[in-house]
Design a protein around this ligand. Structure first.
Ligand SMILES: Cc1cc2nc3c(=O)[nH]c(=O)nc-3n(C[C@H](O)[C@H](O)[C@H](O)COP(=O)(O)O)c2cc1C
Length: 220
């Protein structure tokens, strides 16, 4: 697949087939993503790839914490408010989803349901966690974001699908304990990965973007 097409056609997938991805194919994605640029080539990224019983064990722990009503404590705090510009984009996304599915994603019941789906990694056969040393600067967050995008694009180019998940970091301490990640690291992102279920209506939705003219200015 052509690079430009890959960037434009990647999207978050939330329904996967049960088919496992061969380990060598997953390894290939990590091998590609590690060529991402980073501040002073510091390469502030580490990954754990989960499959099978271990993935199930973690999902059971996370769903259990949710059902027990445990407060979340992600290493990266969730935004509590948004500036008007970004808030408008979020509202547009919610409104479009509501129109298409009739589901209001803002209600506590739906948030609970959405979190449960996230903690089950949307029943994808594999999940990936990205993390880095907690003492790193904000630039390293930028870098690991580039790594995540490379990983998602590489997956898409190879016929695989992903969804990046902040929710998967809700119970960061417990995730790190389960995966043997030292407490000195910060958990940045979880991703589900597998083959896309192309028939599922859950994957039919395509998000929109603000036109180029509204996000940049030309100066001479
Ligand atoms: C940092 C980050 C965190 C996200 N967290 C979640 C999440 O917890 N659960 C989820 O289903 N999608 C999550 N998403 C996916 C976004 O909702 C999605 O990227 C956005 O709506 C644009 O859609 P697209 O990826 O299909 O282009 C996240 C995306 C990013 C970049």
């Amino acid at each position: 697949m052509d690079t430009l097409e890959c960037i434009k056609t990647r999207r978050s997938i939330r329904k996967f087939t049960t088919e496992e991805v061969p380990r060598k194919n997953l390894e290939e994605l990590l091998e590609i993503a590690r060529w991402s640029p980073s501040y002073k080539n510091s390469q502030p990224w580490e990954a754990i790839i989960l499959s099978g019983a271990k993935k199930k064990e973690l999902s059971t722990i996370l769903v259990g914490l949710l059902e027990d009503g445990k407060d979340n404590s992600p290493d990266l705090a969730y935004p509590t408010s948004w500036p008007e510009r970004e808030n408008t984009n979020i509202k547009n996304l919610m409104a479009k989803r509501m129109k298409l599915t009739g589901v209001d994603l803002g209600t506590p019941e739906m948030i609970f349901k959405a979190k449960k789906a996230n903690f089950n990694f949307y029943f994808a056969p594999h999940a990936i966690y990205l993390f880095q040393d907690a003492s790193l600067s904000e630039w390293s967050l930028f870098d690991i974001g580039l790594f995540a995008q490379s990983l998602m694009l590489a997956a898409h180019a190879k016929g695989l699908a992903t969804v990046p998940q902040a929710f998967a970091t809700d119970y960061a301490k417990e995730v790190k304990e389960c995966l043997g990640i030292p407490a000195s690291k910060r958990l940045i992102l979880g991703l589900s990965i597998g083959y896309p279920d192309k028939e599922s209506p859950l994957n039919a939705y395509r998000t929109e973007r603000v036109e180029t003219g509204k996000i940049c200015r030309w100066m001479e």
